[in-house]
Design a protein around this ligand. Structure first.
Ligand SMILES: [Zn+2]
Length: 262
């Protein structure tokens, strides 16, 4: 069963990217950007690189899970819990760790220099979902998960379930689709919905430095890192990247090594 879910991940990834990208044309949330074609091509090149690097570091993470299980390392390899409790706790811990890690990406200058590739997008749509610098993918999808799995002894089952949830949400969150009001109103009690996450992409720093949760909204609510604002009231991106030349793939890949004043 869990192997089937793991095997399905590439299909979920490509299927959801294509479905959301197509639906945006019929039920857009905000107007299309002026240079949509160029915007989307640049983003999909970065997406391709992210998927490639993710595949490589994902293999490393799987090896770490096998190692921790066989050597009984990490919390859940030391204690016996009913499997449903273990999976639920692991998913929550991985998401809380991810919330903390996302906070660090914004607060530590060297990490922000990579993460701002994702935030510098001036127009959010499905093509923005996996617009990450390859080094950030190594850090957030590789190093972070290796440390979290080593500490908590997360099982393969829990990792695949969390990874699938995060994958589905990251694509839905960035899509430029108008979802029904009830979906936003009730969904965000638990999940980081599209309207909730888009506030994180505001070009105003107080909003950018909030709504860090990847899957759940609990952590932002507990630590007060959230705002009540409609996403159609905000402007996306970072003000220092308004020049279209700064949206090109070549510039974005060099971005972490360029000194930029706000
Ligand atoms: Zn961020």
């Amino acid at each position: 069963m869990i192997q089937k879910l793991a095997d399905l991940q590439p299909i979920i990834l490509m299927g959801l990217l294509m479905t959301m990208y197509t639906l945006e044309s019929f039920m857009p949330y905000l107007e299309k950007p002026v240079h949509k074609r160029s915007h989307d091509i640049q983003n999909f090149i970065l997406t391709f690189l992210s998927i490639l690097v993710n595949g490589l570091v994902g293999t490393g993470v799987v090896l770490v899970i096998i190692f921790t299980e066989s050597h009984k390392l990490g919390l859940f390899n030391q204690i016996q819990l009913p499997s449903a409790i273990e999976i639920l706790t692991s998913v929550l811990l991985l998401d809380f760790g991810s919330y903390c890690n996302h906070h660090l990406l914004h607060k530590i200058p060297i990490l922000w220099s990579f993460h701002r590739v994702h935030h510098s997008d001036l127009n959010l749509n499905t093509s923005s979902s996996l617009r990450f610098h390859p080094f950030e993918v190594v850090y957030s999808q590789g190093l972070y998960f290796c440390i979290a799995i080593g500490l908590f002894g997360v099982s393969m089952t829990s990792f695949i379930i969390y990874g699938t949830m995060a994958l589905i949400l990251v694509i839905i969150q960035h899509s430029n689709i108008r979802f029904p009001d009830w979906f936003e109103k009730y969904g965000r009690y638990v999940f980081s919905t599209p309207g909730w996450h888009k506030i994180h992409h505001s070009n105003e720093q107080r909003f950018t430095d909030s709504h860090y949760g990847d899957v759940f909204t609990f952590w932002d609510r507990i630590f007060g890192t959230w705002h009540q604002i409609r996403p159609d009231e905000i402007k996306y991106g970072l003000k220092e990247f308004a020049d279209p030349k700064k949206q090109k793939v070549g510039y974005q890949l060099r971005l972490p090594f360029i000194k930029i004043s706000k």
